[in-house]
Write a new protein. Structure first.
Ligand code: FAD
Length: 438
């Protein structure tokens, strides 16, 4: 019997546990170590922050579904991974040993890298559900006392979609509250141009997003390095191609929400061979760590090099479709190893994204993620808003029911008709294992 442990029960970790449960026989044990017993759907956080959702609407209690699917849950959280000893020390001192480990711990938020940054200081966040609930209180204050707003991302950030989403959602919520006319808005980003998204743009994301910002009266500053937040002011330097400061900005704000740079969580950071200098997990094309071959990783915690040099550092995003493809490949590779074979499944790492604007949105598909691409497509319309709600409902239902079916693949294949994006399927899995997959 093999014991597979998944560390982290977020978007990647939960479906990882389900796919493993689908693939491995009952004789194998699957455990999940998480902080708490609840799953919260991160992509809904921008809606939570303007009061369109509450905590219950975007959360799932994992205990009953894990019990049903025979997955053990350790909700204490991990203090430290010990890859040499093949074990994890939990926060209460308990030790969980594993044969195979999948790290799915998502991001640690590097607010401390900029003075005055983060929900403990001057700015709001939508990265975690608790942050989004606090941001909602700040939103109510803004409606009661309208003033300037700054939205965006700081240097080293990799998650730009939610920054744009939140700017447009906030614009819509402020219009609904009839105070938008008293709220000047500025979008501040390290991207070299609007719509770069850490991907050098996808289709016409530059044109689409610039046009949306213009139509909604949102000014923007690109190539921005945020120096500090102080007493309701954002101080930023606009960096030129040669690295010099082209312009200094002092933006007063009544409300600010900026995406931080990400890094690996403390439980894994600084482990020689396991992580890069920012604490992201090193992985080969099979999602397997080269130094510790029984350790795999999926999701935001995986180390991916930046796309190329930009005046201000910009990271590459890790989005749902890509994470699903990492999960499927990892499940197959662990199943192969357990069956005495070598890993062969390689994730597609394509980017398929829905960015909601509250009453519309843009969708894009990048295959491969890094240009030049075979598929480089973007589009906009009200259907994106509807599709995003569909994504939320479908994903939460999937988590509640314990199913591992990939959503983004369905979207890409059935709605967008992009056959080329097909990820490794359960049929491929059956072939790998030489048996019928449950
Ligand atoms: P997470 O979902 O963050 O899960 C990590 C889990 O690990 C958490 O449950 C956490 O508690 C747990 N954990 C961390 N440390 C420990 C520890 N020491 N011990 C135990 N457990 C631990 N992508 C899209 O494709 N579409 C979107 O619309 C979209 N919207 C986004 C909106 C926001 C605001 C953000 C921040 C990201 C968004 N993303 C979106 C990007 C990405 O899909 C999500 O961030 C996704 O949640 C990442 O999944 P993950 O499993 O890597 O990490």
């Amino acid at each position: 019997m093999a014991h597979v442990v998944v560390l982290g029960a977020g978007l990647g970790g939960t479906i990882m546990a389900y796919e493993l449960r689908d693939l491995l026989g009952r004789e194998h044990r699957i455990s999940v170590v998480n902080k708490g017993t609840k799953y919260a759907f991160v992509p809904s956080n921008p809606w939570v922050a303007v009061g369109w959702r509450d905590r219950d609407a975007v959360s799932v209690d994992l205990e009953p579904v894990f019990r049903r699917r025979q997955i053990d849950l350790h909700p204490q959280g991990a203090r430290r991974v010990d890859p040499k000893g093949k074990s994890i020390e939990l926060m209460d001192g308990t030790v969980v040993a594993y044969d195979y480990l999948v790290i799915a711990t998502g991001p640690d938020l590097a607010f401390d890298e900029i003075p005055g940054f983060g929900p403990e200081a001057e700015t709001n966040s939508v990265c975690f559900i608790d942050h989004a609930l606090d941001a909602r209180t700040a939103f109510d204050r803004l409606v009661a006392n309208p003033g300037p707003v700054v939205i965006g991302a700081v240097q080293g950030a990799s998650c730009f979609g939610p920054a744009y989403e939140f700017a447009f959602i906030l614009d819509k919520a402020l219009r609904d509250a009839r105070v938008r006319d008293r709220v000047p808005m500025t979008f501040v980003t390290p991207e070299p141009y609007i719509g770069h998204l850490g991907l050098d743009g996808v289709g016409d994301t530059k044109g689409l997003l610039e046009s949306q910002l213009r139509n909604r009266h949102i000014k923007w500053i690109t190539n921005a390095r945020v120096d500090k937040f102080e007493s309701g002011h954002l101080f930023a330097s606009e960096i030129a191609e040669d690295g010099s400061v082209a312009r200094a900005h002092d933006l007063p704000f009544a409300y600010a929400m900026m995406l931080p740079a990400f890094r690996g969580v403390e439980a894994v950071r600084g482990i020689e061979g396991l992580t890069n200098p920012r604490g992201f997990i090193l992985a080969d094309k099979y999602q397997r760590n080269p130094a510790f071959p029984e350790v795999f990783s999926v999701g935001v915690c995986v180390a991916i090099p930046p796309l190329g040099k930009t005046p201000v550092p910009v990271g590459v995003p890790k989005t749902g479709f890509m994470i699903e493809s990492m999960v499927t490949a990892t499940a197959q590779n662990i199943a192969s190893l357990i069956a005495g074979r070598q890993p062969t499944a390689v994730p597609t790492w394509n980017a398929v994204c829905l960015a909601d604007f509250g009453d519309g949105g843009i969708a894009f598909v990048a295959q491969p993620q890094i240009p030049p691409r075979n598929v480089n497509w973007s589009s906009e319309g009200k259907w994106v808003h509807a599709a995003k709600i569909g994504f939320e409902k479908y994903f939460l239902h999937k988590i509640e029911s314990g199913r591992s079916e990939p959503f983004y693949e369905k979207l890409a294949l059935q709605v967008l008709g992009i056959e080329k994006l097909k990820a490794v399927s359960l049929e491929d899995t059956s072939q790998i294992l030489g048996q019928k997959v449950r």
